[in-house]
Design a protein around this ligand. Structure first.
Ligand SMILES: *Cc1c(COP(=O)(O)O)cnc(C)c1O
Length: 752
């Protein structure tokens, strides 16, 4: 298998999993922009220039912070619930600490005289416990709103609602002038301002940018090809347009506050995309991985540093004002706003740096060291799935189907041990839109993991579970007329395919009971989409078997005729599984139900088929050498002492057993493995978790070496067919027995 192991690295490939260096730099820049908003550096030089700088340009800073949270926390809140909770907890602690820090300043300023409970609530939940701290309750409240919306109505609708809230917020902010035109509106906003001094808060402001960050993450995941130049230009264009918007509103004197602009939304979207992709290129990815160890901590400090500067700078400003007066430096340090800005910025950065140094010295960050542990690898015994081979097989099979016949992928029993979600979603991506499972649980599992398309349940589902069929848009097989009646009785409309027994005598209404079959069509709650049967000797080439299969086909056609005559048309039909497809390629149905051959295997090694396909096995089974030891002549190995060394020999214990699905009846020489490309026979009995092999003739084996149980190594190979035959079974059974304890590695050659 030559594919790159992707499943474990995918998280970093979108630049979202780890820290993104350009986003960290931008956070730092934004922190200084916020300082600018509070110091107005150009005020002593030119009023308009200051307006443009602090009331327009610097207005990207806080939305950017929101977007970062949306990008990293919201975008996979469905999968990682803990992430959002951790974020909320961390922010809450930070808010408490910041509130304590500003307590003396608040007391000194006399903010606690005649304070009411309403005011306290307003400050804590909306305005912030100091003028800039509104951001912390806002990001928490906004995050909660977004989480609830996403859970209730999905991402897209949540984004739409966040935009509606933003528009409502606009009227209380930059577009307050509208309330002069519509006085009634003004009354409404007066009420709002009793609860929160601005609409720039966790309800009207934060959700839009949090959702926008989430959207940017999805865009980055989806779109691999993009032009940074175009994204950058889009950002610049919206930047200029927003400057126009801001100046116009300023001139009209419409602004009650100036945090929110209409064009801020598209501007932030493109700006964020542009910045987040700066460090997402392939080369920088490699570089990032290489540098992760050395600069990982520094990068993290940068992001935390930005937050500290944000929190500290008003304190620094107050201190600077207080200290410069007695020193006689007030004119230079405070009155000159540009100098004041530089001083506050530098001092805040310095203070942040010192705080971080103390934090590291105290070893608070030591706990974090744990996370340097590499991701837990399930590399004791594992399967590797080659999606390229899967793709190859599907294309081979598809190319041989008659026109109009579609591919239904059978993904029952965890996709024959290959991993149903990975396999099914990959197939969906390459155009397969119909799937079959054996059970309701399997089908629901796929849906819950986001599989779209048709899913047909081939086996029994309790009629009482009809509600789940409807809820998850599943198609149930009607097992016979009696079952149809029971399913109908639930009173829930469900989609079904009717199964006809044409000679296998397992499931299906008997083909001879034409009236019963027609009766199934009378049930109002059964929406019949298809009709099918199953061949039972289509894998055999003997005359008798062929005759039997032809009879089955005729029986099926007879039923179809009868149904058509009764006026039921447009039904989907299917009859063939893997062997039926290659041995009776002339059959013209709507689907073939493809199982074992899609996974690149025949059921047994010597099966002959009419239409030869060159299939490639998708699954490889591997384990490791646990230890190498010497067995003296006459010593035995394993339970029951069934193997005794005929001479002094080297043996190895291998990290796989029947607990992993490897058949126990391959004990004592019936099975063999590959170590270093050479065959090593299994000796003694296979245990639940280990097996032992004879290393005679194989040099230099050491603990940790890879052992192949199914798969290829150079020119040597052990096919699933061989292993299955040696164990007295077929590959279908061998593969679907692969244990849940096995590690799972998905490789995909074309995505390197
Ligand atoms: C399992 C199954 C298949 C797939 O069979 P393969 O031989 O693995 O292709 C098709 N149809 C039905 C009804 C099945 O149960």
């Amino acid at each position: 298998m030559s594919g790159q192991v992707l499943s474990k690295q995918r998280r970093t490939n979108d630049g979202k999993g780890g820290r993104n260096i350009s986003i960290e730099y931008m956070k730092l820049l934004c922190a200084f922009l916020v300082v600018a908003i509070h110091v107005s550096p150009l005020q002593s030089i030119n009023e308009t220039a200051d307006f443009v700088f602090t009331r327009i340009i610097a207005r990207i800073a806080v939305p950017f912070f929101f977007m970062v949270s949306g990008y990293f926390v919201l975008s996979d809140c469905k999968k990682h619930n803990g992430k959002a909770l951790r974020f909320l907890k961390k922010t809450c602690i930070l808010y408490l600490a910041a509130t304590l820090l500003y307590l003396p300043v608040n007391i000194y300023a006399g903010n606690f005289k005649d304070i009411s409970l309403g005011q306290v609530c307003r400050d804590v939940f909306f305005d912030g416990t100091f003028y800039h701290l509104w951001y912390l309750p806002a990001v928490m409240l906004g995050m909660l709103i977004c989480l609830m919306l996403i859970r209730a109505i999905g991402e897209k609708a949540a984004f739409a609602i966040s935009l509606v809230l933003y528009v409502l917020g606009l009227v209380g902010d930059s577009y307050y002038g509208l309330t002069k035109i519509l006085p009634l509106l003004g009354k409404v906003y007066d009420e709002i301002f009793k609860i929160s001094s601005y609409t720039r808060n966790g309800i009207f402001f934060a959700p839009a940018f949090l959702m926008l960050g989430c959207l940017a993450a999805k865009t980055n995941e989806r779109k691999k090809e993009y032009s940074q130049l175009i994204t950058g230009m889009e950002a610049v264009i919206f930047f200029l347009l927003m400057a126009g918007e801001g100046l116009l509103l300023h001139k009209l004197r419409w602004q009650r506050h100036d945090s929110m602009y209409i064009l801020l939304v598209p501007l932030m979207y493109f700006l964020f995309l542009w910045i987040s992709r700066l460090s997402c290129g392939i080369n920088s990815q490699k570089r990032e991985r290489k540098n992760r160890k050395s600069i990982g901590a520094g990068r993290k400090d940068m992001g935390n540093g930005a937050m500290l500067i944000y929190i500290i700078h008003p304190f620094v400003l107050v201190a600077l004002r207080g200290v410069s007066k007695p020193l006689g430096l007030y004119d230079i340090l405070v009155e000159n706003t540009l100098v004041c800005y530089l001083a506050v910025s530098l001092l805040s950065a310095f203070a942040a740096w010192i705080l971080l140094a103390i934090y590291h010295l105290l070893g608070v960050g030591k706990k974090k060291k744990k996370s340097i542990l590499p991701e837990l690898q399930t590399d004791r015994a594992w399967i590797e799935i080659d999606l390229e081979h899967l793709k190859w097989n599907v294309e081979q099979i598809k190319a041989n189907l008659p026109k109009g016949c579609k591919f239904m992928a059978v993904v029952k029993a965890n996709a024959y041990g290959h991993g149903d979600v990975e396999v099914a979603k990959f197939l969906y991506g390459m155009g397969v839109k119909a799937f079959a499972t054996a059970t309701l649980e399997e089908a629901v599992h796929l849906r819950k993991n986001g599989l779209k398309g048709k899913i047909l349940i081939l086996g029994y589902t309790s009629p009482e579970n009809a509600g789940y069929l409807a809820k998850y848009h599943l198609v149930q097989t009607v097992l016979d007329e009696n079952y149809a009646g029971q399913l109908n009785e639930q009173g829930i409309p469900v989609k079904v395919h009717v199964k006809v027994d044409t000679g296998m005598h397992r499931l299906g209404e008997d083909w001879r009971n034409g009236d019963k079959i027609l009766n199934i069509f009378q049930y109002p709650n059964l929406q019949i989409e298809g009709i099918f049967s199953h061949l039972c000797v289509s894998d055999r080439g003997e005359d008798e078997a062929v005759l039997y299969t032809r009879k089955q086909i005729r029986n099926f056609e007879q039923v179809l005729d009868k149904i058509e005559t009764a006026g039921y048309t447009g039904l989907k039909t299917h009859l063939q599984s893997s062997y039926g497809t290659v041995n009776y390629p002339e059959l013209q149905c709507s689907y073939v139900r493809m199982g074992i051959m899609m996974y690149g295997c025949l059921s047994s090694p010597d099966d002959e088929v009419k239409r030869e396909l060159s299939l490639k096995p998708v699954l490889t089974l591997k384990a490791r050498v646990a230890l190498v030891r010497k067995l003296n002549k006459g010593e035995c190995v394993g339970y029951g002492c069934t193997f005794r060394a005929p001479y002094d020999m080297m043996i190895a214990a291998v990290t796989i057993g029947y607990g992993d699905g490897y058949p126990r009846n391959l004990s004592n020489g019936k099975g063999w493995v590959l170590i270093g490309g050479k065959k090593a026979p299994i000796i003694g009995r296979i245990c639940m978790d280990q097996l032992t092999v004879d290393l005679t003739g194989i040099e230099d084996v050491k603990p940790g070496d890879e052992v192949i149980l199914i798969g290829e190594a150079g020119r040597a190979g052990i096919s699933a067919e061989e292993v299955a035959a040696a164990a007295g079974t077929i590959t279908n059974e061998l593969l679907c027995r692969m244990g849940s304890r096995l590690g799972h590695i998905v490789a995909q050659n074309d995505r390197i």
